[in-house]
Ligand binder design. Structure first.
Ligand SMILES: Nc1ncnc2c1ncn2[C@@H]1O[C@H](COP(=O)(O)OP(=O)(O)OP(=O)(O)O)[C@@H](O)[C@H]1O
Ligand SMILES: Nc1nc2c(ncn2[C@@H]2O[C@H](COP(=O)(O)O)[C@@H](O)[C@H]2O)c(=O)[nH]1
Length: 211
């Protein structure tokens, strides 16, 4: 049986560090594929179309939804975000794992979809609300108004933590990344144990028979 790709979903309140952790994971594991979302929000300085996001107009986004091209989509902080279905299905077919940086609404939709059995979901919490605010400010990518809006929504996002398989408190970045790698390695072992071990146990049984 061909190996199935895992769907590793990372969610958190804005600024807790999931994009940073996702980038670290992509740099660490060359086989991991990043699900590039489509969004109607404007690009930040340094963001490129097709790399961080597919930047689309509202009309283009609505067409993608209407044509069934989205695996999930949601309104987040006044903009639309969605996961294009095609690349995720291609990754699964190739037996490659995919990492998603999406909010709780998207996490819920993918978990409840036909692909839900292959989901491993991780919620990232900030060490404190003051630190969350500090991280959004020091990232220096959003206006004060946008930051205030994101902080106001963070309580609601955090209220979904218990829906996730794993919860990480991102205090020290390197320590959190170690935990993330441990989760991935364990989940890969669980997925791979059947095909590999069946052959090995058959060999052990032959040894029993030869005694
Ligand atoms: N453990 C940490 N300690 C200190 N700073 C951190 C830590 N983790 C991430 N950061 C910093 O916090 C800021 C926000 O991180 P990041 O952009 O990854 O958050 P996010 O959860 O992806 O936010 P969004 O949902 O808005 O995309 C960045 O400047 C990042 O470098
Ligand atoms: N439901 C989805 N949420 C998504 C997707 N892509 C990103 N996001 C989430 O939106 C917020 C804001 O992101 P930002 O890049 O503007 O800071 C954050 O929580 C992302 O995780 C998606 O495809 N679907």
């Amino acid at each position: 049986m061909a190996r199935k790709g895992l769907l590793l979903i990372l969610s958190s309140p804005s600024g807790a560090g999931k994009s940073t952790l996702t980038r670290m994971l992509m740099a660490w594991d060359a086989t991991m594929r990043f699900s590039v979302s489509a969004t109607t929000r404007a690009p930040r300085p340094g963001e490129a179309d097709g790399r961080e996001y597919f930047f689309r107009s509202r009309a283009e986004f609505e067409t993608m939804v209407r044509d069934g091209q989205m695996l999930e989509h949601a309104e987040v902080f006044g903009n639309f975000y969605g996961t294009p279905r095609g690349p995720v299905e291609a990754n699964m077919k190739d037996g490659c794992d995919t990492v998603f940086d999406i909010d709780w609404q998207g996490g819920q939709q993918i978990r409840n979809s036909a692909l839900g059995r292959d989901v491993v979901s991780i919620f990232v919490l900030p060490p404190s609300i003051a630190e969350l605010d500090r991280r959004l400010r020091t990232r220096a990518q959003d206006s004060d108004e946008v930051i205030a809006g994101r902080m106001a929504k963070s309580r609601d996002e955090i209220s979904h933590w218990a829906e996730y398989d794993y919860v990480l408190v991102n205090r020290d970045l390197d320590a959190t990344f170690e935990q993330l790698k441990t989760i991935l390695q364990s989940e890969r072992m669980r997925r791979d144990r059947q095909p590999g071990l069946s052959d090995f146990v058959r060999t052990l049984n032959k040894e029993f028979e030869a005694r």
